[in-house]
Write a protein that binds this ligand. Structure first.
Ligand code: URA
Length: 442
């Protein structure tokens, strides 16, 4: 086989055989196929798509490109979650410790920032000392010891996704349904969880812009999970504005800490409680959504979720004192400036994608593979859709370390709000649910 023939076949709309997909992905992981050919292949997949069968094979090959964990000797039932990527999406930082604090183990492999959307690993690395690169043995030991781990997919685990994910980020090939589905599900299958909640983002600040697209992605992933004997619930959640207020790594950790301590933004807290409740349901910790929500609220209110977060930080080498006093001890930007409302009105629209891209301009995300990022910078969004604003009131605050970057981000953000005179309804948090379990509702 030749890589160029496989690229050409997909470019021309052909259906790849299982052997071709396996040969290509395995060759890329071994280093026999260079980045430029893999990038061309990703672009061909982005334009031509894949059948559900091709996507299932790609997922399986990626999941088996490294080790596939079996956690059953550690815990009878392990749950996991994954977001398809959004702006200000720091959900894992709250939900994983919350669920683990009920005694239901959470073992999660996360990703880095991708395009305009942030990544959990980058956020966690804004905590001084925090190690996201764990060996397989460390990953397993931590599940056994504290029932909670959030780490990178190591060279041993899903190396295919590790390489493809970074390549896609730098080659504008993220927004492909089969590439997103296989990337997420390969990590989920290799991570060893029995039950998985997928947070499928939809809207302006997500890779899936419409509810129909998001539903197709969710259905594809739920089917892949079902085929592999996993229980999966996919929540379609709104991403037409940043989640919570903070966008940018240390800023988001600060907001997650506030939420874990019971004073986070209402929309973000409700989002986390719903995701956590669905994990508790699939993990058989509760028999109804009401019961699961009550349990999730109790874990936040009692401080149990916060304690478990600190235990994770300590186990992964992070400075616990930094998360105890994030405003002072996490990285902070030198330049802090507001973007103000030009007139009074009601917020009718926020360009969530512009907010994400502006945070990349500030240095919170990567423009190309391997770029360093600045953990301190980002944006705090003060006004959300439906909020009334007065002329001159801050709509957002920019946190920057470079005046040129700040000016570029400001220019983008000044176009990222639309105000109307008439009152506007707030946006919903969720748009639907698809599950392998019958009878589940939001
Ligand atoms: N999250 C992932 O893990 N992979 C993608 O491709 C997109 C979001």
């Amino acid at each position: 086989m030749r890589a160029v023939d496989i690229i050409a076949k997909k470019r021309d709309g052909g259906r790849l055989s299982s052997e071709e997909i396996r040969w290509f992905v395995e060759g890329y992981v071994r280093g026999d196929i260079p980045d430029y050919q893999a990038a061309a292949w990703c672009m061909a997949v982005l334009f031509r798509g894949m059948t559900p069968e091709e996507t299932a094979v790609l997922t399986e090959v990626m999941a088996h490109s490294g080790e596939v964990l079996d956690l059953h000797h550690i815990a009878p039932r392990v749950v996991d979650k994954h977001s398809s990527g959004g702006v200000g999406d720091k959900t894992t930082l709250v939900v994983a410790p919350l669920v683990a604090s009920t005694g239901l183990p959470v073992a999660k492999m996360s990703g880095r920032g991708l395009g305009f959307s942030g990544g959990t690993l980058d956020k966690l690395e804004s905590i001084p000392g925090f190690r996201v690169e764990l060996s397989r043995d460390e990953f397993m030991a931590q599940v056994a010891e504290i029932g909670l781990v959030v780490a990178a997919q190591t060279a041993e685990l899903v190396p295919a996704d590790r390489r493809l994910y970074a390549l896609r980020d730098a080659t504008a090939t993220v927004e492909s349904l089969p590439l997103i589905a296989s990337s997420i599900m390969a990590k989920k299958l290799a991570g060893g969880a029995d039950a998985i909640v997928l947070d499928v983002k939809v809207g302006e600040g997500a890779f899936m812009r419409t509810v129909d697209e998001a539903r197709s992605l969710a259905e594809l992933m739920v089917e892949i999970g079902r085929h592999h004997g996993r229980e999966i619930t996919a929540l379609l959640s709104d991403m037409n504005q940043p989640l919570g207020h903070a966008v940018g790594n240390a800023l988001e950790v600060t907001e997650a800490v506030a939420t874990l301590r019971g004073h986070g933004p209402a929309d973000f807290t409700d989002h986390c409680l719903t995701v956590a409740a669905h994990m508790l349901l699939l993990g058989d910790r509760a028999s109804s959504l009401e019961e699961a929500l009550a349990l999730a609220r109790e874990q936040l209110a009692s401080g149990a979720a916060w304690e478990r977060f600190k235990a994770m930080v300590a186990h992964q080498g992070g400075a616990v004192e930094a998360v105890e006093d994030p405003g002072r001890m996490l990285p902070r930007a030198r330049l802090v400036e507001p973007v103000t409302a030009p007139r009074a009105g009601h917020v009718a629209w926020i360009g969530a994608r512009d907010v994400g891209l502006a945070s990349v301009l500030l240095g919170a995300g990567r423009e190309k593979k391997g770029d360093p990022i600045d953990h301190a910078v980002g944006i705090v969004v003060h006004k959300k859709v439906g909020d009334p604003v007065e002329a001159g009131e801050p709509l957002m605050t920019l946190h920057a370390n470079d005046a040129g970057r700040l000016a570029a981000a400001r220019e983008r953000l000044e176009r990222a709000y639309r105000l109307t005179e008439e009152p506007v309804e707030p946006l919903p948090l969720f748009h639907g649910l698809i599950s392998t379990r019958a009878g589940l509702a939001l």
